[in-house]
Design a protein around this ligand. Structure first.
Ligand code: FES
Length: 158
């Protein structure tokens, strides 16, 4: 599990951003890329740095589904929501995996051992339909191989 960064670390991470709504999303993304998620404390720091309210930052963080507000699970499936993956059956892959994992999209097991969330196309469309497992591209998947993968993740053998 990720350790909560210190206030100083958080301030340094968002130091490049100034006041203005245009900086909200870049600041959220920078914190997430750096620490894996955006904690409540990080949102307060971003609000101060951007000279705005924490409520505005909370609102933006909950509006964008790719912003995570709790630490990532140990094994994480990122389901690609891009157009090529969806055209090639990505939704069926997602449904099959969610069924096995018994999780909503964006959910994780109670012990934080595994989870599934939505990811964005990063250009590896030749592997569509695909997911990332802890950042590693896994595809092209069939419904059967997606079920197998989800079982392995759930059992901790992936
Ligand atoms: S659409 Fe899924 S990797 Fe491009």
């Amino acid at each position: 599990m990720h350790a909560e960064p210190s206030l100083q670390e958080l301030r340094a991470t968002v130091a490049e951003f100034g006041p203005g709504k245009g900086h909200v999303l870049p600041a959220l993304h920078k914190v997430q890329e750096t620490y894996g998620y955006v904690s409540a404390q990080a949102m307060e720091i971003i609000a101060r740095q951007l000279n705005t309210t924490a409520a505005l930052i909370y609102g933006a963080a909950s509006f964008y589904s790719d912003i995570r507000t709790s630490p990532p699970p140990s094994t994480e499936i990122s389901w690609c929501s891009g157009p090529t993956c969806r055209l090639r059956g990505g939704d069926r892959i997602r449904e099959a995996m969610q069924h096995v994992l018994e999780l909503p999209l964006g959910g994780h097991s109670d012990d934080h051992a595994y989870g599934i969330h939505v990811g964005q196309c990063n250009g590896t469309c030749h592997e569509a339909p695909m997911v990332w497992v802890n950042g590693e591209v896994t595809g092209p998947l069939t419904v059967a191989s997606a079920i197998e993968l989800a079982r392995a993740v759930k059992e901790g053998t992936a």
